[in-house]
Design a protein around this ligand. Structure first.
Ligand code: PLP
Length: 361
């Protein structure tokens, strides 16, 4: 573990111990019910980082996404357009709500293709929302997706679970969305060990989220209500998770920044080896994309050991080459179609799972 990381861990441990001591006071122990104290502090940091007016923490990104779709008023039979190349948590809430999910292919950034969303919105004119994902932390094309969402009156929801700290032309990945959901789960760029954060542009949507997911004390404090919703489906983050994430916030951003820099030069190094290719969209400096992962694609032959050796010889500390095809695309996993059908419908996404790899650094 690097010295910086060790120091950051020690700070976080001290912050948690301090919190646990102070939480012996019953007044302090209620702060997170109110959305104040460590929870409020973390939410202010996310608002400021993403430049959005409202952040609300959750127990996980999965549950945050569920609440977002519910707060947007999506219900059984409504249509949501999303990508097949993601983790199941992206659509778990939609499935629970009985929402009709339309999968469309990805583009060369690996995120949902704006053109494919446009086509799907024409085929499904009543579609309510698009749900984009910054898979592997690579920013999806938020500027084009914003345009398509506006053209077709779609709510633009972003699953930014993997992209905290990623940048697209100077702006946080997915910050053009109406609602952004990120994860504070294990292994994420910023972790509370568990947790999620929802950021909303619209005050009404935020109020609905507070009403349906937070404690009546918070509903009363923030919404000024006399009658509160005691039957809210509790989505609160644990205050220790918030404390842990709070203590790491700035250090995590610094670490992601330097890792992204290294990944960017590693992407170029991979492409120079001639053993694999990298999407030109990710290599092109004009796109000004910054993200902490390295995804490459094999040509006709696969030489993971030779690739590792070539990169190590150039001074990069690469641990391993991981195939991306460990799990099937979501529509196949969900039993909606077989792999052959998926290949026809989502050639780009299938090609990623079959031919691409991620470098573990
Ligand atoms: C793309 C994506 N969406 C959603 C989730 C769910 O996040 P959480 O574990 O916080 O529920 C994850 C978790 O890894 C993810 O990678």
């Amino acid at each position: 573990m690097s010295e910086a990381k060790r120091r950051s861990q020690m700070n976080a441990i001290e912050a948690v111990l301090e919190f646990m001591k102070s939480a012996q006071d019953p007044t302090v122990a209620r702060w997170h019910l109110l959305g104040t104290g460590t929870v409020g502090e973390l939410e202010r940091k996310f608002e400021s980082y993403y430049g959005v007016p409202h952040a609300l923490s959750f127990s996980s990104a999965t549950f945050g996404l569920y609440h977002v779709l519910k707060a947007l008023g999506l219900q059984a039979g409504d249509t949501l357009i999303t990508t097949p190349l993601t983790w199941g948590g992206t659509i778990a809430g939609a499935r629970e709500l009985g929402i009709e999910i339309v999968f469309v292919d990805v583009d060369r950034r690996l995120g949902i293709s704006p053109e494919a969303v446009r086509n799907a919105a024409e085929v499904h004119p009543g579609a309510a929302a698009l749900l984009a994902v910054d898979i592997f932390g690579v920013p999806s094309n938020m500027r084009e997706l914003r345009r398509v969402a506006d053209e077709h009156d779609l709510a633009y929801v972003a699953d930014a679970a993997q992209s905290f700290g990623s940048i697209d032309k100077g702006r946080p990945a997915s910050s053009f969305a109406d609602v952004i959901v990120t994860s504070l789960g294990p292994g994420k760029g910023l972790t509370g060990l568990e947790g999620g954060m929802v950021m909303a542009q619209c005050a009404d949507l935020y109020a609905q989220l507070v009403w349906q997911s937070q404690h009546p004390l918070r509903q009363k404090r923030e919404l000024g209500l006399r009658r509160t919703n005691e039957c809210a489906l509790n989505g609160r983050i644990h205050p220790v998770a918030a404390t842990w994430a709070n203590a790491h916030f700035e250090d995590a951003l610094c670490a992601i920044k330097s890792r992204s820099k290294m990944c960017s030069s590693l992407l170029h190094a991979v492409s120079k080896t001639g053993l694999a290719t990298v999407s030109d969209v990710l290599l092109d400096a004009e796109n000004e994309l910054r993200f902490p992962s390295v995804v490459g694609t094999w040509g006709d032959a696969r030489y993971p050991e030779r690739l590792l050796k070539a990169l190590r010889e150039q001074g990069y500390e690469v641990k391993s080459v991981e195939a991306l095809g460990a799990s099937d695309l979501l529509p196949v996993q969900c039993g909606r179609m077989c792999r052959a059908e998926a290949k026809k419908c989502f050639p780009q996404a299938v090609s990623v799972t079959e031919n691409s790899f991620c470098l573990s650094v």
